[in-house]
Design a protein around this ligand. Structure first.
Ligand SMILES: [Zn+2]
Ligand SMILES: [Zn+2]
Length: 149
């Protein structure tokens, strides 16, 4: 009986995680539709973008990620991460406080780390996680030329 209950709980958590993933994907699609500067990618993504997403999941699995106080495993929800804040994962409410880049970081390319006043914002959904980044025009061109992962 106990075994059955655990299996039921695991299934419920899985369903919640999938619902959160669908929400994350939908939120990203909506953002991309509203703002032409936002790149929407899910599933097949440019290699550099996929690598950044893999870095986040590596930190989660390694236990080195930092979370805002509102995230717990029992209530899967959309969570956010940014390439300029490695290992930090927040809920939607904490994005303005914890994940917004400061004015200096806001002008630094996440790939070449050079200052640019024309950063191209992008985002990718990976499961329930939305990962955002900013690329200077040359890096944006390079990243999007490379074959998809
Ligand atoms: Zn939070
Ligand atoms: Zn760059």
């Amino acid at each position: 009986m106990r075994h059955h209950d655990q299996a039921t709980t695991a299934t419920a958590l899985q369903d919640q995680a999938e619902a959160a993933a669908r929400q994350a994907s939908q939120a990203l699609r909506d953002a991309a539709l509203a703002d032409p500067h936002i790149t929407y990618s899910s599933g097949r993504a440019p290699l550099w973008v996929a690598a950044q997403l893999a870095n986040v999941y590596t930190a989660v699995r390694a236990g080195t990620a930092t979370y805002c106080p509102h995230i717990d495993a029992h209530h899967p929800r959309i969570v956010h991460a940014a390439v300029w804040a490695p290992g930090l994962i927040t809920c939607t409410d904490c994005v303005p406080e914890l994940l917004m880049p400061d004015p200096i970081e806001d002008d630094i390319c996440d790939r070449c780390h050079q200052l640019s006043d024309r950063l191209h914002p992008g985002a990718i959904a990976g499961g329930p996680l939305l990962l955002t980044y900013g690329l200077c025009p040359p890096c944006d061109a390079i990243v999007n030329q490379l074959p998809a992962a």
